[in-house]
Ligand binder design. Structure first.
Ligand SMILES: *[C@@H]1O[C@H](CO)[C@@H](O)[C@H](O)[C@H]1NC(C)=O
Ligand SMILES: *[C@@H]1O[C@H](CO)[C@@H](O)[C@H](O)[C@H]1NC(C)=O
Ligand SMILES: *[C@@H]1O[C@H](CO)[C@@H](O)[C@H](O)[C@H]1NC(C)=O
Length: 354
């Protein structure tokens, strides 16, 4: 009996040892099979946030909620806790060392800008005495950590596919992805598109939509999104060399304009929400677009890692600027996120995946 337990103890130790070695040698490989970082809950942790907003003078006004007068701060003191494992705390110096000499580019709409600003802020605040430059070339913003030769960029490209000016007007071409020329040679790409697909009226930036040779005034927006995403997926398969380039998809960032979805039917927005939804699941469930995205990602042959941030962000009805965003008290923003805030967790997970 004594022998037996010593023996099984050995086997146990041996297995742990193997797991440990495997974890070490897989290095950059994604171990998402071992740990699901995206299922978990928000816990209070006074060691958060990771930075003070004053440390990042370049945070744009629309995300600078405290600077715009947001009075409550509890929402900044939450940490994401996966159910089955722990996330490493974000270490900016380690991040910069790992990506030394490399270029990172976020491609997408203002939710990409939200995550890009969060990452530059998390990195800068961890090396505050290190020089940086912030430039803009066309639609690309370039934040360079000169001492590390690291570029963290944002390519504003809200649909990923092209809008082309023609005689009849501006045409959204679902099969055309010429904007991709900016993505060649980048070491790490993080894509996103979704929020602009439902846009109509004066802020819709196109007049016609084109699929193949067919030009239409409009079409089902979910189908349009899916077609564009397939165009992007084909581009990834044709152009990405996985030994050189890491590709991520940011996932669907949710909005909070309907309290019925978080069991507060009287709430018409995220205004005055100061705490997250308790627990691991969101009463309103996932947005319908989630399955479209999942289907398209499943068709890609090259490795693309999904930052499946939807549920963890759905739980954060308290994380949006509300009236402390870009438009001041007359505008209600429950789509973007305050910084410091929820996108810091998206980047913490990104850090854990690289
Ligand atoms: C930062 O830049 C300034 C001016 O270009 C230079 O004098 C200084 O040595 C740089 N600091 C570091 C840490 O490289
Ligand atoms: C809010 O969500 C509920 C539950 O899904 C739905 O019945 C209702 O129509 C939604 N309200 C608005 C304004 O979209
Ligand atoms: C994200 O994860 C949820 C489960 O938490 C899943 O239902 C959903 O399909 C995933 N999203 C994508 C795009 O794969």
């Amino acid at each position: 009996m004594g022998m037996h337990s010593i023996f099984s103890g050995y086997i146990f130790f041996f297995i742990i040892h193997l797991l440990f070695l495997e974890g070490m040698s897989s290095g950059s490989g994604l171990d998402s099979s071992k740990c699901d970082f995206f299922t978990g809950k928000w816990v209070k942790d006074v060691s958060y946030p990771l930075y003070r907003p004053e440390m990042c003078p370049f945070i744009e006004r629309e995300f600078r909620c405290q600077g715009n007068g947001r009075p409550d701060l509890i929402y900044t003191h939450y940490r994401w806790q996966p159910l089955g494992c722990n996330l490493l705390r974000f270490n900016g110096q380690d991040f910069l060392k790992r990506v030394r000499g490399k270029s990172i580019m976020f491609v997408g709409d203002s939710l990409s800008r939200n995550q890009w600003q969060s990452l530059t802020c998390m990195l800068h605040s961890s090396v505050p005495n290190s020089n940086y430059t912030l430039d803009r070339v066309g639609d690309v913003s370039i934040f360079t950590f000169t001492d590390y030769n690291v570029k963290v960029m944002l390519d504003r490209n809200v649909y990923l596919v092209d809008i082309v000016k023609k005689d009849i007007g501006r045409v959204l071409e679902l099969d055309s992805i010429k904007g991709s020329k900016l993505w060649i040679g980048i070491d790490m790409l993080i894509f996103n598109t979704w929020h602009w697909w439902s846009r109509r009226g004066p802020t819709q930036p196109w007049d016609y939509i084109q699929v193949g040779d067919k030009i239409m005034k409009d079409m089902n927006r979910m189908q349009a999104f899916e077609k564009a995403l397939r165009t992007w997926a084909s581009w990834v398969d044709a152009n990405i060399d996985p030994s050189k380039v890491k590709v991520f998809y940011q996932g669907i960032s949710p909005s909070h304009y309907n309290g019925s979805l978080w069991d507060e039917p009287r709430a018409k927005s995220c205004n005055r929400e100061t705490t997250p939804v308790i627990g691991s699941s969101y009463p309103g469930g996932l947005p319908r677009v989630e399955s479209v995205l999942e289907n398209v990602l499943n068709t890609i042959k090259k490795p693309v890692s999904l930052l499946n941030i939807t549920t963890l962000s759905l739980l954060r009805k308290d994380g949006h600027p509300s009236i402390y965003g870009f438009g001041g008290p007359t505008t209600m923003d429950c789509s973007h996120w305050c910084l410091p805030g929820v996108p810091d967790t998206w980047n913490q997970i990104l850090y854990n995946l690289i």
